[in-house]
Design a protein around this ligand. Structure first.
Ligand code: ASP
Length: 815
């Protein structure tokens, strides 16, 4: 014999009830007990009715009407006219009884749990009657049996305890005598020995089915619902969650306790006792395999975790004080006090020093708990042996569940390192000694990120999702978005990275999309739908998204932007930047960012600060990390200045060349930064700092080549005017170098802890002599590269290469 249970959504409409008939017809011949819930949502309406009546609100009558209409409509839709009249009169009679009950409640203005159970029983009694009649009319050999005759409980109305001995006896007796193929029974309800109606707790129809299955030693218990089984995580929070094929009873209990709502937790116990397999199936997709809950399953050692779950709206209570150490009875009194108030304890940890006990309870019970515990321990609190109860709110619990965790080391390590990497602070931890469950208490606002992070760690073979927030979509930013778009499918296929741009901003507007911004039409979205840009609102948005594997990308040259990196890093968000300001600001600030990056395990990468995408900084780091000693760095670090001095001929004026460099995007947006040598100073400063020298910008020696008036010009326009005025001066510098068969190069040097920048005339034997176009060149003279320097050479400026350097930093940060 098999027991099948159909939940509220499976019987909500006439179509779904017809679907059940069809489903049963396809089953092999045999005996079936069919347990049904009330039509979807009816129990909620019934409760509402009772409450409103007790509050003397006439609206309860409207709800009664709605309930009546829903049932009558279903009858009309399910049955031919000739069949309807006796069903309708049965229903009317029942509605009348319900109405009388509610009227009585209205008069006495009191809703007892006993009356509420009676009201709620209407839902299952009606649905089971209608469904059994439909089965008969469909040609199935069916009868309806009132479960109250079989399931006997105590009189704890609202959540009655089953008297298994008496109930099993009744059930066995009934099914032994019954010959019909299908017996339809209302779930959720039972009765006391005095024939008073009780209920088994919300969602209790599953439990009814399990009690029946266990009593008659059914071969299978099928729970038909509206999802395709127990899922690896809540699919409303974790998109990638998928149904679990097989799961042990214990795992299912843990998961359902921790918020997986597919099955009412007490259901598992009776079936488990008799080793009856429970199959969860989807009424709306019956061919899906669903989930089989059974004894112990496969020992797939490589998959220690079966599911991840979470309970929202939690609070932690901590009882703490030196007076507790070594004295028995504190925990007993704590839990007794909570239990007297019927406060459910979800989570417990105790420090091994016995100095504190922490319990997790639902937020709604906090006020009650605080008062009852402080009263219980008032004496000790007064004597200062313990502190008043400490409360922390706005928390939730996450739990990873799996029988195999005990067979494999490192599960908790993996769990907490994934959480840590994503800056999810763990407030408390509990692990049962059976090692089937590891639970952690975290901030409520981190729930989504935590569940997704854990799901990614334990269930998802890559792709790993990377979430980018990009500020600056000018020349470099635009190219970066173009390159990201072009490479998206390559990254997905080859590197298993799903790179999404969640936020973009220019100096005026910012735009976000939780699902990833369309990288073809991003500028349209930014301009048309973007909100006003302000870096603090931008940051707030990033915090609010709270996405795992988030990176902040700065393509601006803004100082304000550079001063926000610490905040991103402190939130565990990696920073990728081509903006040199942060690394060339105060040494302490640079150092602080490096420390924050290490501390919060958030990458801080700025390869493009020197030589665009040339591997200047990473090579330097590799040399130092592998134990080489840097003797000297000599470099042409300004692509724009090199371009300018290479293009500057007798025929073209200095001004014309500078303008050309700016138009081509080789200079900073403000060309004075390049021409003044400031840009090169910043670069050599960054290299010096990477070598370990705590230099400041003011410590760098410089040899000016621009006349003072050019430096002092207060706008780009004036600056250009001054360059024009000094045309002859620039020609003269050039001719002087040419006369000596030399070339002009703006160079940077770092040696023995000191740095220098300036214009020099370079002779033919030097590697810089032949340096073409806008190329950069860096020579590392080191202990290992003593005879010949290690040379890095290539394009050191331009939007395309800078963007590609930022891109490769993004990829590095994902590793
Ligand atoms: N109808 C009841 C409820 O909604 C019992 C059930 O459907 O399992 O809680």
């Amino acid at each position: 014999m098999q027991v099948l249970k159909f939940g509220g959504s499976s019987v909500a409409h006439s179509d779904s009830i017809k679907r059940i008939c069809y489903l049963l017809k396809k089953k092999p011949k045999g005996k079936y007990a069919i347990v049904v819930s009330a039509l979807g949502n009816i129990t909620d309406l019934l409760i509402q009715c009772g409450i409103l009546a007790a509050e003397r609100k006439n609206q309860y009558k409207h709800i009664l009407e709605d309930i009546e209409i829903r049932h009558l409509n279903i009858i009309r839709e399910l049955f031919p006219i000739t069949y309807q009249s006796h069903l309708i009169s049965w229903m009317k009679k029942n509605i009348n009884d319900l109405e009388n009950l509610c009227d009585g409640i209205f008069q006495v203005e009191e809703l007892s749990k006993r009356s509420l159970d009676k009201i709620m029983s209407f839902g299952e009694l009606s649905s089971s009657f209608i469904i059994s009649e439909k089965f008969k009319q469909y040609g199935l050999d069916a009868i309806c049996k009132d479960s109250r005759d079989l399931i006997i409980t105590d009189s704890q109305f609202g959540c009655a305890q089953v008297d298994f001995i008496t109930s099993n006896h009744h059930i066995i007796q009934f099914f032994r005598e019954k010959i019909s193929e299908y017996v339809v029974l209302p779930g959720f309800i039972g009765s006391t020995v005095d024939n008073e109606t009780t209920t088994l707790g919300r969602g209790g129809s599953d439990y009814t089915a399990s009690i029946l299955a266990s009593a008659i030693s059914a071969s299978l218990l099928e729970i038909w619902t509206d999802v395709s089984g127990m899922m690896t995580a809540n699919p409303n929070i974790v998109n990638q969650a998928f149904p679990i094929k097989e799961i042990s009873y214990e795992e299912a209990m843990e998961l359902s306790h921790f918020g997986a709502k597919v099955i009412y937790p007490p259901t598992i116990q009776p079936a488990m006792k008799r080793h009856i397999p429970i199959q969860i199936k989807n009424t709306f997709s019956p061919s899906d395999p669903g989930t089989l809950i059974y004894i112990s399953k496969k020992t797939n050692i490589s998959q220690p975790v079966t599911g991840i779950s979470g309970i929202q709206n939690m609070s932690l209570l901590t009882l703490e004080g030196s007076g507790m150490i070594g004295i028995p009875g504190y925990s007993k009194r704590l839990f007794e006090a909570l239990s007297r108030e019927k406060i459910n304890v979800i989570f417990i940890t105790q420090s091994s020093s016995e100095h504190s006990i922490t319990t997790g309870i639902h937020e709604m019970d906090v006020i009650k708990a605080k008062s009852v515990i402080d009263t219980e321990f008032s004496q000790e609190i007064y004597q200062r042996r313990i502190d008043p109860l400490k409360i922390e709110k706005d928390l939730c619990i996450i739990a990873v569940v799996g029988d195999n965790m005990k067979n494999l080391h490192g599960t908790s390590g993996k769990m907490f390192s994934s959480l840590g990497r994503n800056s999810i602070n763990v407030r408390a931890i509990a692990q049962g000694s059976t090692e089937k469950n590891i639970s952690a208490v975290i901030k409520k606002t981190d729930l989504k990120k935590a569940l997704n992070t854990l799901h990614e760690s334990f269930f998802e073979s890559p792709p790993k999702q990377i979430n980018l927030f990009i500020c600056g979509v000018g020349k470099v930013g635009r190219k970066l978005l173009e390159q990201l778009h072009q490479q998206q499918s390559y990254l997905f296929k080859e590197l298993k990275l799903q790179v999404r741009v969640i936020g973009i901003a220019n100096s005026k507007k910012m735009y976000f999309n939780n699902h990833g911004i369309n990288l073809i039409q991003w500028d349209q979205f930014l301009n048309e739908n973007g909100g006003e840009m302000n870096i603090y609102s931008f940051m707030k948005k990033v915090w609010k998204f709270n996405l795992r594997n988030s990176l902040f990308v700065d393509n601006t040259a803004s100082e304000e932007m550079a001063m926000t990196y610490d905040k991103f890093l402190k939130n565990g968000i990696g920073v990728i930047t081509c903006n040199k300001i942060a690394c060339s600001s105060d040494y302490d600030h640079y150092k602080k960012l490096k420390i924050l990056s290490r501390h919060f395990k958030a990458p801080f990468l700025f390869e493009t600060n020197v030589g665009a995408s040339l591997p200047v900084i990473s090579t330097l780091n590799d040399l130092i990390n592998s134990g080489d000693k840097i003797h000297k760095i000599e470099a042409v670090l300004s692509g724009s200045l090199n371009f300018i001095f290479n293009r500057f001929t007798k025929k073209t004026s200095f001004l014309e060349v500078v303008k050309e460099a700016q138009e081509k995007g080789y200079t900073e947006p403000d060309p004075r930064i390049d021409l003044s040598g400031l840009d090169v100073m910043r670069k050599i400063l960054i290299l010096a700092r990477e070598c370990g020298s705590p230099l400041e910008l003011k410590d760098i020696q410089k040899k000016y080549f621009l006349p003072k008036k050019c430096y002092d010009s207060n706008s780009v326009e004036n600056f250009y005017q001054e360059l024009k005025n000094y045309s002859n001066y620039f020609f003269s510098i050039r001719s002087e170098a040419e006369k000596n068969k030399k070339r002009l190069r703006f160079i940077a040097r770092y040696e023995k802890g000191r740095a220098f920048v300036g214009l020099e005339s370079i002779d033919q034997n030097h590697p810089f002599f032949q340096l073409e176009g806008k190329d950069n060149m860096v020579l590392y003279n080191t202990y290992r590269y003593a005879e010949q320097p290690l040379i890095i050479k290539g394009a050191g400026a331009g939007a395309e290469v800078t963007a590609s350097g930022v891109f490769s930093d993004i990829i590095k940060a994902t590793k």
